[in-house]
Design a protein around this ligand. Structure first.
Ligand SMILES: [Zn+2]
Length: 493
């Protein structure tokens, strides 16, 4: 097995995955004298906690090492709000879900163990409606709630390394390099990686995804429509079919099932949200070569080839800013700033001001928008950055305290706060905050090192030092527990 041919982030997480899958200690005693019943989602070898841990480590590696992992708070916020709205109407809301975007022009979405769902930006750009995007997400959510990943792994009653590696490859098969890696994993594994989920699992995900889509009040006709378009695209590309088709084969049967489900249902027109339209316009403007994309968008706008003028103009302004034509970007956006209140429009106006070197104006624009949208994460994030640019670090740190109270699991916020503390010369607080960023990124040794630096900083009071000591003790203990688990092969969770 040539693991070295896998991209860095995958090969880095493989040892963790191998560890997770290769210990017989995971099989519950009840399964010892018979194969698990595949019909039951509850009876699988992989515990939900272990699934979560695997998913977390894969996403963490992707975030750190994949340059195409989307770090844009506006886009991440959108896909999470949409995804979680669907989750709330799905079959199982016991699990936390996290959605993320990968900058890739192919149409694809993939579910990972533990509730992590990745969406290619190409899928949003190609979606003809928000309902189509929601249909794909609802299907992926069902793969997670039905624990299809874990059930696939336990199919043979024992876990083979090739099987596990093939699954990881299948999960991340958007990368062509990974595709060729699949070929060396042995034939059965490679086939699994190509086929992805079994027909039964696809059928189940379609059926439950449909119910979720309907309950969330999206247009359910989007499902068969999207399948048909995918199938057409598949025929067009032949061997180079959209990645989604490889992991979720769209068969005539699936299309027929989806069409049967919408029979007799009333017509429900579901207009696309402004969020969706602006996100899609932004992604369109950010793809391809800057100059070509700008020319394309200018042409479309001139010929009125758009479904929504506001979104088209917004996209054009994004493309102009990307081409560093700041003056024209501002002129193009100006009518929208007046006519349409939306956090993304205010955010873009601020970014254009920043590009023009008007940091003060940018900060004012965001501050004004925050009065109307005080909880918007992207605006708060942009405001922190604007404050930091102006060396207003005490204000930035105070705003970050508030954000961290609301979103205590976002590593980026702790890292930004550490930056402000560093500029303020508050060394204990700087290292303490950086330590929390590392904890969330999964690097305990780096976190411990930061806390040791905090201890030696010499600028903390008694209470601050005690809290550093206590945290250090608990992290050391956690690291020791994890080391023992790895040695004994027990998940301990
Ligand atoms: Zn599927």
């Amino acid at each position: 097995m040539r693991i070295s041919s896998l991209p860095a982030y995958l090969s880095a997480c493989l040892p963790a995955l191998l560890l997770a899958f290769s210990f017989p200690a995971y099989s519950p005693p009840a399964l010892a004298d018979g194969l698990p019943d595949l019909g039951d989602a509850g009876q699988v070898l992989l515990s939900p906690q272990m699934e979560r841990r695997i998913g977390e480590s894969v996403v963490r590696e992707m975030r750190l090492r994949d340059p195409e992992f989307v770090d844009d708070p506006e886009l991440t916020e959108y896909i999470n709000v949409l995804g979680n709205r669907l989750v709330a109407n799905s079959q199982d809301v016991r699990q936390d879900f996290e959605f993320f975007l990968v900058r890739d022009s192919t149409m694809n979405a993939f579910a990972m163990p533990g509730g992590f769902i990745g969406v290619h930006t190409g899928l949003i750009v190609a979606a003809q409606s928000e309902s189509e995007l929601a249909a794909v997400l609802a299907h992926e959510i069902a793969h997670v709630t039905q624990r299809h990943m874990a059930r696939m792994v336990s199919k043979d009653g024992q876990l083979s390394m090739a099987m596990m590696a093939a699954m990881a490859v299948a999960l991340l098969s958007r990368n062509t390099q990974l595709g060729s890696a699949a070929a060396v994993l042995g034939q059965s594994a490679a086939i699994t990686a190509q086929i992805g989920f079994t027909r039964d699992f696809e059928r189940e995900a379609d059926r439950l995804g449909f119910l979720t889509l309907e309950k969330s009040q999206f247009d359910v006709r989007a499902m068969p429509e999207f399948f048909l378009r995918l199938q057409k695209a598949g025929r067009l590309y032949e061997n180079n079919a959209p990645a989604y088709l490889r992991t979720h084969p769209v068969t005539t049967e699936r299309i027929a099932d989806a069409q049967n489900r919408i029979q007799g249902l009333g017509y429900r027109q579901k207009p696309d949200s402004m969020d969706f339209q602006l996100v899609r316009a932004k992604l369109r403007a950010e793809q391809g070569a800057a100059r070509d994309t700008l020319a394309q968008l200018q042409g479309d706008f001139k010929d009125k080839k758009y479904s929504n003028e506001t979104a088209a103009r917004f996209g054009l302004a994004v493309a102009l800013l990307r081409s560093k034509d700041n003056a024209r970007a501002e002129a193009e956006l100006a009518p929208l700033v007046k006519s349409t209140e939306h956090p993304m429009i205010a955010g873009l106006a601020a970014r254009i001001k920043q590009a023009k070197g008007d940091n003060l104006g940018a900060a004012e624009t965001i501050k004004l928008a925050l009065v109307r949208y005080p909880n918007n994460r992207a605006l708060n994030h942009a405001y922190v950055e604007a404050l930091q640019q102006q060396e207003r670090h005490a204000e930035a740190a105070a705003l970050l305290d508030e954000q961290i109270r609301n979103y205590p699991r976002t590593a980026q916020l702790y890292a930004l706060r550490a930056k402000s503390y560093a500029s303020m010369g508050k060394r204990l607080l700087q290292h303490q905050s950086q330590a929390e960023a590392y904890v969330l990124q999964g690097s305990l040794p780096a976190a411990i090192e930061q806390l040791q630096l905090a201890q030696k900083s010499g600028d903390g009071d008694f209470y601050q030092l005690s809290s550093v000591d206590a945290r250090l003790r608990s992290l050391r203990q956690q690291m020791e527990t994890e080391r023992k688990e790895a040695k004994e092969g027990k998940p301990g969770m």
